[in-house]
Design a binder for this molecule. Structure first.
Ligand code: FDA
Length: 388
């Protein structure tokens, strides 16, 4: 074996570790991925017919307020000035999202001031005042009142979970953002943008180091040069795959939601005029439609065709891509048991979205990888605390 460190998974978590270990410590790093490409869920490619960049595993918008992460990612790519904005199509009318004064005034056919709108929503939310909501439906009504909840949240959430919100635990939502001004920027972070020449170019630059060997189409649990049976106990391993899979599901399966994406190339220049349109009504089976040309208005894309993706959400079964942790109390119990087992694996560090069973945005995955590098990996190789 020709590596000082093995990284399982080439998503942003794994690549950040690999890049730091190779560049800062001069280590030889093998990065293993079972997919045919690097980048994990942030991978994108140009759709063959149109050349329009599509995010293969669902739309990815980069945003962060973390200075260190922003400095770090700018070593590998420049960012456009894209600012994410979402709209929602309810009963034949399009409204801005997240719910803001524009949404409220359009919905109630009014011209309320911020103070008036606040008073109205407080009055409507008062329907369940003083009660302790036991399900998501009641919680939603208590947070923003029945009219807005039923129009924009109820069926959307029901479709996301394939479950009537009356049967979902209240704890899934702690707040529903309502803005009493006309700001409809989706993210509040200091920095936001999309990689100028695409996600894959960015990701490839992170892996472009003579000390980094990328091994694709290779599952850590199969036999092979960098498979589990060859490397465990030989060199430290950073594992960013599903934590339950690592322990052969000994404590049971952690539950995940997944999404199905239905892609279509349409022979028109522009389908919906924006990058993401939500569909919060019960009559559409999908939750939203992405139109990828709008992520890069600065590019000279063809005017003859556009690429859209309808997004459907459902519970993941074995063999599906795990996307969002469901995180029931049962899952949290299992996770604690897996964390105990993980402590016993002295030369293995578990990280990333799948390895920690935590939804992580890209900047969070990168930030947490930089911390793991500083606190665990660097000391191990530079005479500080050893992993094993
Ligand atoms: P990630 O899942 O990216 O990578 C893990 C890698 O490990 C995968 O490539 C997998 O193939 C590999 N692997 C697993 N098991 C293995 C095994 N046994 N052997 C070998 N390889 C194995 N973030 C954001 O900032 N803005 C956004 O808009 C979005 N949008 C978004 C949409 C959807 C649908 C999802 C699911 C996620 C996002 N994200 C996001 C989050 C982002 O995609 C990603 O989750 C983070 O960058 C975390 O990266 P990781 O490296 O932890 O995991």
């Amino acid at each position: 074996m020709n590596a000082d460190l093995v990284v399982v998974g080439s998503g942003f978590f794994g690549l950040t570790i690999a890049e730091r270990a190779a560049t800062e410590l001069g280590l030889k790093v093998a990065v293993l991925d079972r997919r045919h490409h690097i980048g994990g869920n942030a991978y994108s490619e140009n759709e063959a017919q149109t050349g329009i960049e599509v995010h293969r595993y669902g739309a990815h918008l980069f945003h962060t307020s973390n200075e260190r992460v922003w400095d770090y990612v700018n070593r590998f790519t420049k960012f456009t000035s894209y600012q994410h904005k979402v709209y929602t199509s309810h009963k034949g009318e399009v409204y801005p999202m997240p719910i803001n004064l524009g949404t409220i005034n359009q919905f109630f056919r009014s011209a309320m001031s911020p103070t008036e709108a606040k008073a109205l929503i407080a009055e409507q939310a008062g329907e369940l005042a003083g009660t302790d909501p036991q399900n998501l439906n009641d919680k939603g009504i208590q947070l923003i009142g029945r009219p807005l909840y039923e129009a924009f949240i109820k069926h959307y959430t029901g479709k996301q979970w394939q479950t009537d919100p009356k049967d979902l635990p209240a704890e899934i939502i702690s707040r529903l953002p309502v803005r009493y001004n006309y700001d409809n920027r989706y993210f509040n972070d200091t920095y936001e943008g999309l990689p100028v020449d695409g996600y894959t170019a960015w990701i490839e630059r992170m892996a472009d180091h003579p000390n980094i060997e990328v091994v694709l189409n290779s599952d850590f649990f199969d036999d092979g040069e960098y498979g589990r049976s060859s490397v465990l106990g030989q060199v430290p391993v950073i594992y960013t795959g599903p934590v339950d899979r690592y322990f052969d599901y000994a404590e049971g399966d952690l539950s995940w939601r997944t999404i199905d994406l239905e892609e279509e190339v349409l022979p028109i220049e522009d389908f919906q005029g924006c990058s993401v349109m939500n569909y919060p009504d019960a009559d559409a089976a999908f939750t939203r439609i992405h139109e990828f040309r709008h992520f890069h208005p600065e590019r000279d894309y063809t005017k003859d065709a556009t690429v859209i993706m309808r997004e459907f959400s459902r519970f993941a079964e074995k063999g599906d891509e795990p996307y969002y942790p469901v995180n029931t109390s049962d899952d949290r119990q299992k996770l604690l048991a897996y964390r105990d087992l993980a402590k016993g694996e002295k030369s293995v560090l578990f990280g990333g979205r799948l390895g920690t069973y935590k939804y992580l945005d890209m900047h969070m995955a990168i930030g947490s990888a930089l911390s793991m590098f500083d606190n665990k990996i660097k000391p191990h190789f530079t005479g500080g605390a050893k992993l094993e």
